[in-house]
Write a protein that binds this ligand. Structure first.
Ligand SMILES: [Zn+2]
Length: 449
């Protein structure tokens, strides 16, 4: 297809802008991953599922996609849990990393280019903190090391927080240790029983905002990616502080595009959180539901808006997944019964507007209109026994669904199934209804009809 003009909403510029990658035909993406101390809830999976769509979209356009997300496996919450359960931090983090990976696989999230862990980046983090001290953009306050936000001219420009208001308010406490209320710890001295690391500036643990920046620098060999993403709540202070360190130390903005994904809310506005007691764990959700249902729920909402989780929304997605699975099933059988050597063709009239909708800052609701029209016309082609039209429509259906990433698990139509189907048709023609009913229920049981 013709060259696609991609526009992304960039938090830093506050508007949709043209996407121009650092390297032609390559896109580098990093989105912040979870702290692994508990089972993840369904809200935690909105960013991974959304960025999987981004991944698949760029792949479909022929880009080499380097998609990276991290695991924060050094954290007070992990240490506390390890102490409580009399386990090592590593045992705790490995257990929840495994659970997270299982959930991602079920949700059909493509494997990432790299999945760095804080515990495997400690040498680089310690060197980075030392570099910040050497460059004079960090300072020692008592036993901790703080980053000096006043060393960055445009601090606050990413999240667009009103710093004066924040400063005057009580949200950030002014302590006598910090030079500014916005300064944050790069390194915290510790002598508790949790895991800690030796560094020239003291035994301790790193600050969260430093970890992601160092992992980006390590994985991509430079402190700059095309797209940096995460949930809305990460804009401030996390991403603001990641960027501030990168500007102060490397004079690099860390990312050319900042993409932030809205919350999954319970009811009208409640954020899903443990403290509110409204959490649904993904493992429980997937025990009772097809992963495609969750995937479709996430895809259907515009990614920057809050998305409401409700029983009705789940029911709607369930029906729609069923609709897509049914058309896949029906067309597989129809095409197998009328098999020819012909190859399907990609139908531009559906594919191009689908791609162009995604290229417009991932407007999935618009893109799905074109997919739904295709489904309707594919149904029509099968009903009117138009083989060639069905072949092309099904080919395009598969290409589009490669980007949506729905599994739509259906049975493969092999010779045994075709044989069974022919027997069923013969019984029907012979008016042997007892036999045709029996064969029909067998085909239904096998998931063919
Ligand atoms: Zn991060």
């Amino acid at each position: 297809m013709n060259k696609v003009n991609i526009k992304l909403y960039d938090t830093k510029s506050g508007k949709k802008i043209d996407f121009v990658p650092l390297n032609e035909n390559e896109v580098t993406i990093y989105y912040c991953g979870p702290t692994v101390y508990d089972y993840p809830h369904i809200g935690n999976f909105r960013p991974p599922v959304f960025f999987d769509l981004v991944h698949r979209f760029f792949l479909a356009l022929g880009y080499n996609v380097k998609m990276v997300s991290n695991y924060t496996d050094i954290d007070d919450k992990i240490i506390n849990k390890a102490i409580k359960e009399n386990k090592t931090e590593k045992e705790i983090s490995s257990f929840y990393i495994k659970n997270n990976e299982e959930m991602l696989e079920k949700l059909n999230v493509l494997p990432l280019y790299n999945r760095p862990k804080v515990s495997e980046t400690m040498d680089e983090i310690i060197s980075f903190v030392q570099l910040a001290l050497d460059k004079g953009v960090a300072y020692k306050a008592k036993d901790d090391i703080y980053f000096s936000t006043s060393s960055v001219k445009d601090y606050g420009s990413l999240s667009k927080m009103n710093l004066e208001e924040l400063n005057a308010g009580s949200r950030i406490e002014v302590t006598d240790l910090k030079h500014s209320p916005f300064d944050f710890a790069l390194w915290k001295k510790t002598n508790d029983e949790g895991i800690k690391f030796d560094a020239p500036f003291g035994v301790g643990r790193p600050g969260w905002h430093t970890e992601c920046l160092v992992m980006i620098n390590k994985v991509f060999n430079k402190p700059l990616v095309d797209i940096h993403g995460g949930g809305f709540d990460l804009k401030f202070p996390h991403h603001e502080n990641e960027r501030a360190q990168s500007m102060a130390i490397y004079s690099s903005p860390l990312a050319n595009y900042w993409m932030h994904v809205g919350f999954l809310t319970m009811g009208e506005s409640e954020k899903m959180s443990k403290s509110l007691g409204n959490v649904i764990y993904m493992k429980d959700f997937l025990n009772n539901n097809d992963p495609d249902i969750f995937r479709l729920l996430i895809l259907k909402g515009y990614y920057r808006s809050p998305l409401v989780y409700s029983e009705e929304a789940i029911e709607t997605c369930k029906r729609e997944v069923e609709k897509y699975r049914n058309i896949k099933k029906t067309s597989n059988l129809f095409l197998a019964l009328n098999k020819s050597d012909k190859q399907g063709q990609l139908l531009k009239e559906y594919y191009e507007p689908f791609i162009n909708s995604l290229a417009d800052d991932f407007n999935v609701p618009n893109a799905l209109l074109h997919f739904d029209l295709l489904v309707k016309n594919l149904n029509q082609a099968i009903r009117s026994k138009n083989y060639e039209s069905a072949l092309n429509l099904k080919f395009t259906f598969d290409k589009i669904n490669d980007i949506l990433g729905l599994k739509l698990a259906t049975v493969d139509i092999d010779d045994e199934i075709l044989n069974l189907y022919h027997q069923y048709e013969k019984a029907r023609l012979d008016k042997n209804y007892a036999l045709s009913d029996e064969l029909r229920s067998e085909l239904v049981k096998k998931g063919v009809m």
